[in-house]
Design a protein around this ligand. Structure first.
Ligand code: MTE
Ligand code: MO
Length: 448
């Protein structure tokens, strides 16, 4: 600590124009913030050896951004990330989008994600017919069919209902679908980036439906968008009356156009495709619609040759985000302490446990859940370990409060086969080589 203190004051003394007063007040700052010094030491112990270079130009020298005024603070009316973060971007999956620029799967850079919220500009985007730009003044939502009071609402009228703000992830059920047969991408963004998480603001759908009154035999709700694709989907009324929301807010601002501005349906924990964007119509009926999306797509082919229709919930899942192929351990040396971190989620409840394995699933160790642990929400987990520099097979396994355990590839494919496309939630395993490189590998102990 003394060493750090000495260097800190020295650098100030070296700096032209620092008054004595300034230096002593900085000294007091150090003296008075014991907690800061302790955490500085704790952080330093992860680095081995601790590099303390008193003459490091980066600290004692004059940085170009420090010797002149910065940009005018009035310049950016809407803030953008630092230009140094230019690599932290969404990427179009060439395989799943098949060269199309409208019906696309734009993957979120989840390897760069921090905490449990995706910044709006990085939210994954799955469009069947491009991004619509809906004029909020022209926006209308029709609610009809088996409701006592059929109605057409403007956006302002919808916003007059009492609002709620809640944190949920959205995941396309095709997330991970490229890996059913064999590892396809050595890349976390393309493997699992078909999901993101936000704090959503809107009205509980049940608030509106209670107001309008549903007929007794209204068992199904059809939701449709006003975009080129429309993407009509049938949803059981139980979900509409449970935690479904009509949302206009995304992380403290209006929904992004890509996320369905000005209003989308949010079905917490359920397949992304049911979360209708650019919402236009909710129709109630006693029968499901069997729309194109429900017959040609979004069915799950089983080993038996039969397909499951109307499979809604995204099951318990997890993935290690650090390390990953894009974030290898190539800078680490044998004996270094390192934090393994990842995201766990379950569309049916709250994450209760995450285990981590270093040997491809023979032994499991409990990880820590970090920060907020919310239902149907991304949950961060962490496991701090000392890497001995030898190859490991690193994976995670999540458990939710309904007791569901994330399956191994063997468990999942023995039941499902490999033709399902959707609902892949088997563990992802990273092979960490002795050089610290990270590869996507499949651990199979039995034949599928
Ligand atoms: N109207 C409309 N809603 C839609 C879609 C669409 O193309 N049109 N795509 C669906 C699909 S397949 C998914 S996975 C989610 C993706 O939501 P996001 O783009 O906000 O991530 O929106 C769903 N809602
Ligand atoms: Mo989707």
């Amino acid at each position: 600590m003394n060493k750090i203190k000495k260097i800190f004051t020295k650098s100030l003394n070296n700096k032209d124009g620092s008054s004595v007063e300034e230096v002593s007040s900085r000294r007091n700052f150090f003296k008075n913030t014991a907690a800061l010094s302790v955490s500085a030491i704790a952080a330093a112990s992860v680095l081995d050896p601790i590099k303390v270079l008193a003459n490091d130009e980066a600290i004692v020298g004059d940085a170009p951004w420090g010797i002149k005024l910065g940009d005018k603070s009035t310049k950016n009316r809407y803030g953008l990330p630092s230009p140094y973060e230019h690599n932290n971007v969404r990427r179009n999956d060439p395989l799943l989008s098949s060269g199309d620029e409208y019906a696309t799967v734009i993957m979120s850079p989840i390897h760069e994600s921090e905490g449990i919220i995706t910044p709006n500009g990085l939210f994954f985007t799955r469009n069947h017919g491009g991004t619509a730009h809906v004029d909020p003044h022209e926006f209308r939502l029709m609610i009809h069919g088996k409701v006592k009071k059929e109605i057409v609402l403007t956006l302002d009228e919808i916003k007059r209902y009492p609002s709620e703000t809640r944190t949920y992830f959205i995941e396309c059920p095709a997330n991970g679908s490229t890996d059913w047969r064999a590892p396809q991408y050595n890349n976390l963004q393309f493997l699992k980036g078909m999901m993101s998480s936000a704090q959503w603001t809107g009205v509980m759908l049940k608030t509106i439906l209670e107001d309008l009154g549903l007929e007794d035999d209204a068992v199904w709700m059809m939701a449709e968008g006003s975009d080129n694709a429309g993407n009509p989907r049938t949803i059981p009324v139980e979900k509409a009356l449970d935690d479904a929301m009509l949302v206009w807010g995304q992380n403290g601002e209006a929904l992004r156009a890509e996320q369905g501005y000005p209003l989308r349906l949010l079905l917490p924990g359920w397949e992304g495709n049911l979360n209708l964007k650019w919402l236009k119509r909710l129709e109630f009926s006693d029968k499901p619609w069997h729309s194109k999306e429900e017959t040609s797509k979004y069915t799950m082919l089983q080993k038996s040759g039969k397909a499951i229709q109307f499979f809604w919930i995204n099951e318990v899942n997890s993935v290690i985000t650090s390390p990953c192929p894009e974030k290898p351990w190539t800078d680490l040396k044998a004996g270094d302490l390192v934090e393994v971190e990842g995201i766990a989620w379950s569309g049916q409840g709250t994450i209760t446990d995450v285990d981590v394995t270093l040997d491809g699933g023979d032994n499991w160790i409990k990880a820590n859940l970090k920060g907020l642990v919310l239902p149907k929400s991304w949950t961060r987990f962490s496991y701090v370990m000392r890497w001995d520099g030898k190859p490991i097979l690193l994976s995670s396994r999540a458990v939710d409060d309904l007791g569901s355990v994330q399956p191994t590839i063997d468990q999942e494919t023995s039941k499902q086969g490999v033709e399902s496309v959707y609902h892949r939630n088997a563990n992802v395993t990273w092979e960490v080589t002795e050089k610290g490189e990270v590869n996507n590998v499949h651990i199979r102990k039995h034949k599928a």
